[in-house]
Design a protein around this ligand. Structure first.
Ligand SMILES: Cc1cc2nc3c(=O)[nH]c(=O)nc-3n(C[C@H](O)[C@H](O)[C@H](O)COP(=O)(O)OP(=O)(O)OC[C@H]3O[C@@H](n4cnc5c(N)ncnc54)[C@H](O)[C@@H]3O)c2cc1C
Length: 482
């Protein structure tokens, strides 16, 4: 019997699991995908928002500001990069100027530090590639950039290291209230638990419905993006937003923490919650929006495109807390933007609400605060790299040439707690396949390594989830004599 069964291992589920792993509780983190973070946490802008955008008094406002405060410490503990590069919300006319000033005032009310309203010329001095049509901007120094999937994966990894059971490839299909506990039924079996935490992203309303909670709905809203090659880096130094609308924060041009340039997202409501396709009109819209802010954007430097689905709540705010329909259910639902930023604060807040509602929380004697550092051979000083390669030659074999990832690093990614089992799992953890050639050279090598390390046939290695195997059959028996 689990004490707490968390459904969904995006950033919300990951940080809730990490927070719960400080206590003497038996916790499961259940994910329908084969890797942590199959939903929005995998595909978004990766911005740690300063907190001037959410309406004062909302949970979004409170958790955004707290999350952005917690993020630097969390990034250190999880050993992932965070770059506090600042952001500009740019205006193009009088109406936008007015909105910029409103955002500034909202930020003050939300207790956001270090904001200034600048003239168009002052913005162009700091960001020379910005449009000469820009009339003013809100500068927020505390805005940052982070890898969203690394945040989700590493929070799940550290939770697992602290004793949480990561149940991958387990899709919750039904739940039954058994009186004294809840039976959670997945495609792989059933699990009994005292409490359920619903962090199922775009499916959170369906999960709540399974325990009779029909109090909210989720509207899926798609955003399409382009990623430009690293040789475009430097086109902007900080995140460039346009003024937000009812459909979101608008199309941005931003550096990524890994040195690429991000353009997007679009914002359109959709009906299919799994529609992560990119489209010609969507990409054209993202390029046009980005060029409005930075006319010199070079879309020909595109290396890949992707789409993410926002989980827009019918209530207009994050839905976090004990369900009125079933006291064994806690929702962390409707976590649209700024959910990534808020995630460490969501973990803290959910566990506080659980304690207040009577869930017994007794601190563990041993809790690992720090996720171990990863070995990144190509960013090590040469003497350190040489020593490492002498002790283990797999760190001397480059597998991904674009991102300079070695075999040793891929092996580590596979054998870490809640480690990689798919090509995308390796890609999200160590960036093999994320570079200019998008896996053209390394895919077959990564398949070989996964197959060898996990002891499964190459034909069973998947890109992402079941049904995404890349190899159909072996043409030649490698053991056979030529
Ligand atoms: C286009 C876009 C841009 C964004 N930009 C930003 C940004 O710059 N900054 C920011 O702060 N926020 C941003 N966000 C919001 C942010 O991405 C989300 O708030 C956050 O990722 C939500 O995390 P989550 O864990 O709640 O949900 P998810 O990441 O969606 O995780 C839910 C998980 O539940 C799993 N799941 C679903 N159903 C089941 C089931 N039946 N059984 C088991 N598992 C299940 C899914 O596979 C998934 O892994 C953006 C979102 C989008 C889409």
């Amino acid at each position: 019997m689990y004490d707490v069964f968390i459904i969904g291992s995006g950033v919300s589920g990951g940080f809730i699991a990490l927070e719960l792993s400080k206590y003497n509780l038996k916790v499961a983190l259940c994910e329908k995908s084969l890797e942590p973070c199959g939903g929005s946490s995998r595909a978004n802008s990766g911005i740690v928002h300063a907190g001037y955008d959410p309406i004062p008094g909302t949970l979004k406002a409170k958790l955004n500001v707290r999350g952005s405060e917690l993020m630097p410490e969390m990034a250190k503990r999880l050993n992932i990069d965070l770059n506090i590069c600042g952001s500009y919300v740019i205006a193009f006319n009088d109406a936008d100027d007015q909105k910029v000033y409103e955002l500034y005032k909202r930020g003050i009310t939300n207790n956001v530090a270090d904001m200034t309203v600048l003239s168009g010329d002052a913005v162009r001095k700091a960001e020379p590639n910005i449009s000469d049509k820009v009339t003013s901007a809100l500068y927020a120094r505390t805005t940052g950039i982070i890898s969203p999937y690394k945040l989700a994966i590493t929070s799940s990894e550290l939770a697992t290291q602290n004793g949480v059971d990561f149940l991958r490839g387990n899709e919750v299909v039904a739940m039954e209230d058994m009186g004294g506990y809840i039976k959670v039924i997945t495609n792989k079996g059933s699990y009994d638990t005292q409490y359920v935490v619903n962090a199922a992203g775009v499916y959170a309303d369906k999960i709540a419905n399974m325990l009779g909670d029909n109090s909210f709905g989720i509207i899926p809203r798609k955003g399409e993006y382009l990623i430009l090659d690293k040789n475009e880096s430097g086109i902007v130094n900080s995140v460039i937003f346009q003024v937000p609308s009812d459909m979101g924060k608008g199309i941005l041009v931003a550096p990524t923490v890994d040195g690429n340039v991000l353009l997007g997202p679009t914002s359109h409501n959709i009906t299919d919650r799994d529609d992560k396709s990119t489209t010609k009109p969507g990409i054209a819209e993202a390029v046009a929006g980005a060029k409005r802010s930075v006319p010199t954007v070079n879309e020909r430097a595109l290396i890949t495109m992707f789409a993410g689905i926002r989980a827009v709540p019918s209530t207009g705010d994050f839905i976090i807390g004990q369900s009125a329909a079933n006291s064994r259910l806690f929702n962390a639902a409707g976590i649209e933007s700024p959910g990534l930023t808020s995630s460490p604060a969501i973990g803290e807040y959910v566990v506080k609400l659980m304690a207040e509602s009577g869930v017994a929380l007794e601190k563990k004697k041993q809790f690992f605060m720090q996720r171990p550092a990863e070995k990144k051979v190509c960013s090590m000083p040469p003497e350190e790299a040489c020593k490492l390669i002498e002790s283990n030659p797999s760190y001397g074999k480059i597998v991904c040439r674009c991102e300079k990832v070695t075999e040793g690093e891929i092996i580590d990614a596979i054998h870490r707690p809640a480690g990689a089992v798919t090509l995308d799992g390796v890609k999200m953890r160590v960036r093999a396949g994320m570079g200019r050639c998008q896996g053209g050279f390394c895919t077959s090598r990564v398949i070989e390594i996964l197959s060898r390390e996990l002891n499964v046939p190459e034909t069973e290695i998947r890109k992402q989830n079941e049904g995404s195997e890349l190899l159909y059959r072996v043409l030649r028996d490698p053991e056979a004599k030529q």
